[in-house]
Ligand binder design. Structure first.
Ligand SMILES: Nc1nc2c(c(=O)[nH]1)N[C@H]1C(S)=C(S)[C@@H](COP(=O)(O)OP(=O)(O)OC[C@H]3O[C@@H](n4cnc5c(N)ncnc54)[C@H](O)[C@@H]3O)O[C@H]1N2
Ligand code: MOO
Length: 460
């Protein structure tokens, strides 16, 4: 990229003077940033997926029943298969005793013909033997095995489940576009399908950046804190339906991060980074990604979550196309190299702010809808409700605010109050754990008072 500052392996090596000279990036609204994100995130191409792995995926084909469901007439009760005419007059005062000619368990292929005056013991799910036209549950008998005494007269076709009453062979049991939740997975299985064409779950690498970060539980010296963002974001990816690959925390070192991104790019659909996107001296994510020209960094008019980066990791061009791979910007300086087409588009990259509440809000507002678009979901957004403010707060002018709130019921009313004692501070990660929603305050509001109505995104 001519004129772009060349990334270096040093921690502090990128050219701050060049950054200062770069034209200021205009602030986007949340809607503008979301539109830019969604325009770049496409549904993943469908693949064959085993029913073991389809939960939450979107079906890309209709599923037809291979056979009738149920496939054969069968018993709905543990009891006796009878000719109803034989026991029509049965009652406690008029018991009728019949010989038991067979014992039919679920799974049996036997089909003993039930002659008049005979019966077979039968279990739930076993095929109805020819000749029988009703089932007497064991509760209406003495449960005999050689002979059985029946004291209850069955109704017509009592306790018989008919072949095809659920679906006929060839019926469409699921339509393309259906989200495969457990009951639909059961419908596919009962239709005789073990593998379906579905849009796969996006594989999402989650990386925290910051030399201050340690693994939770490890001892910390002054200046260090546990990495909570990689756990937050990996769990949020899974909850959104993606497959998280939690890399953990990497230090503020450009070469380390560049090599990591380059190696991950081959195997993931998205990369979610946190930290290092603001204007600090060691903002490693921005230092590595901004010079590539494929990731845009700029402020979004929201609080928290102001500094955002979004774009794509540039993949090596297809060598058959005669071009040279150069994702890291350091392998090829040959100006005569012919640009080629990438073999596949690189993963989309979300560079989220490091403050934990900022990272979380950014995930909810931008990453989650994007992942759901990649999954083929049409319900991209969380549901919202209107709630009454129980304890007011302030909001910065010119920025849409996403306040983590606790949602309570008070009779007919739904009440909200800030989840963290400190309010909207983007470092208040412990308080964030109390939140069950995000109250959305418009750019023009600066004071949210007790009794006001607010829109609340339900997050759990
Ligand atoms: N002079 C300015 N300073 C800052 C501005 C600004 O406009 N001008 N913006 C502020 C805002 S708003 C935010 S948000 C942050 C974003 O900064 P970064 O994305 O560069 O994030 P870091 O500086 O790396 O970290 C910020 C904060 O979060 C903590 N952190 C980072 N990663 C994790 C993690 N994985 N787990 C837990 N906590 C994490 C980090 O220690 C810092 O305290 O910039 C403001 N500054
Ligand atoms: O915009 Mo920052 O994300 O407030 O903390």
């Amino acid at each position: 990229m001519p004129g772009a500052p060349r990334p270096t392996g040093d921690t502090h090596g990128h050219d701050r003077a060049a950054d200062a000279c770069a034209p200021p990036v205009s602030a986007r609204t949340v809607a503008e940033q979301l539109a830019a994100v969604l325009a770049e995130c496409h549904v993943l191409a469908p693949t064959q997926v085993s029913l073991d792995d389809v939960r939450g995926l979107v079906l890309a084909e209709d599923i037809h029943s291979a056979t009738a469901t149920p496939p054969f007439d069968n018993s709905a009760m543990d009891g006796y298969a009878v000719r109803r005419a034989d026991v029509l007059l049965a009652s406690p005062t008029n018991p009728i005793t019949l010989p038991v000619i067979a014992d039919l368990a679920a799974g049996t292929a036997e089909n003993p013909f039930i002659e008049p005056g005979r019966t077979a013991r039968i279990m739930t799910g076993a095929p109805l033997p020819d000749g029988a036209d009703a089932i007497v549950p064991i509760e209406g008998t003495d449960q005999g095995t050689e002979w059985v005494t029946i004291t209850v007269a069955p109704k017509e076709h009592a306790h018989i489940r008919r072949a095809g009453e659920d679906a006929h062979a060839g019926d469409t049991v699921l339509h393309a576009g259906s989200v495969l939740w457990p009951t639909r997975i059961a419908a596919a299985a009962s239709a005789g399908t073990s593998v379906v064409l579905a849009h796969p779950a996006p594989r999402v690498a989650v990386i925290s950046t910051g030399s201050e970060l340690v693994t939770p539980g490890d001892s910390t010296r002054r200046g260090q804190i546990p990495d909570s963002n990689s756990f937050l974001l990996a769990a949020a990816v899974a909850e959104a339906g993606g497959i998280p690959i939690r890399v953990g925390a990497v230090p503020d070192d450009e070469r380390t991060l560049r090599e990591l991104l380059s190696s991950l790019a081959e195997t993931v659909d998205a990369i979610v980074l946190s930290g290092g996107v603001s204007v600090g001296a060691y903002d490693v994510v921005k230092a590595v990604l901004a010079p590539l020209g494929t990731v845009r960094f700029g402020p979004v008019k929201m609080q928290p979550g102001k500094p955002q980066g979004f774009g794509r990791w540039p993949m090596p061009a297809d060598s058959a196309n005669g071009s040279a791979p150069d994702p890291a910007g350091e392998l090829n300086d040959d100006p005569s190299a012919t640009p080629g087409r990438p073999a596949r588009p690189g993963p989309v990259i979300f560079a989220l702010p490091g403050n934990p509440v900022s990272a979380y809000v950014s995930f909810e507002v931008f990453v989650r809808p994007a992942l759901r678009r990649m999954l083929g979901r049409t319900d991209l957004h969380r549901p919202t409700i209107t709630a009454t403010v129980d304890r007011g707060w302030r909001s910065p002018p010119g920025r849409a605010q996403y306040m983590p709130v606790i949602i309570d019921r008070d009779g007919e009313r739904t009440l909200v109050r800030p989840a963290a004692a400190g309010g909207s501070g983007s470092h208040l990660v412990a308080g964030l754990g109390q939140a069950t929603g995000l109250a959305i305050v418009s750019e023009s509001s600066t004071q949210i008072s007790d009794g006001d109505l607010v829109t609340v995104m339900l997050t759990s």
